[in-house]
Ligand binder design. Sequence first.
Ligand SMILES: C[S@@+](CC[C@H](N)C(=O)[O-])C[C@H]1O[C@@H](n2cnc3c(N)ncnc32)[C@H](O)[C@@H]1O
Length: 205
Amino acid sequence: MAKSSKQWLRRHVTDPYVRKAREQGYRSRAAFKLLQLDEKERLLKGGMTVVDLGAAPGGWSQLAAEKVGPAGRVVAIDLLDVAPIKGVTILKGDFRDSIVLDALRGERADVVLCDAAPNLSGIGLTDQARQLELAAAAVEFCRKALKAEGVFVVKAFQGSAFDELMRTLRSVFASVRIAKPAASRGESAETYVVARRLLAGKESA
Ligand SMILES: C[S@@+](CC[C@H](N)C(=O)[O-])C[C@H]1O[C@@H](n2cnc3c(N)ncnc32)[C@H](O)[C@@H]1O
């Protein structure tokens, strides 16, 4: 086994969030990233409509469905199959297509979550550019599908593309904050950005 694979495996089996996810029935340790973001930022409330872009295997959607409850709605999409989750409408495809907009049928979401990540090439600049492209596409999605007072949470990687993403977010949202939850590994360049309230004139049909 390659050294990097061994390191990943060792980290995975000793990771407290992997254990907690298994114990609490979440499909991914990523659920704890959203839980911690929610504790800090108060994102998810009963009755809300939430869209989860890049949802597989479904940890964020599981948590979102719990938080919005039976009066709420969660629409999740991924390129990969996602096994059914109670209270979640699961779509298969590319969120850059109109599939989610079609499912929303004109309803705007209270919260758009985007934990989508590209297949990593291992080449830093290429991966950052691909991540930026996904995040920028999610911003465009928000312009079409997020309520004016809504909240957008997006994964980002610190690096050369990060400033460009922050510029894009600040040109569309009134409030933009960086938030790295404890469950996002300290050594990883991954972080999250929480953006609130579409600026006037930034909604698009
Ligand atoms: C880190 S995982 C998401 C983990 C998820 N938040 C959870 O809690 O289980 C990133 C996902 O983004 C998906 N993805 C990447 N690009 C996408 C796209 N254009 N449309 C839909 N899903 C995409 C990948 O297939 C992958 O499953």
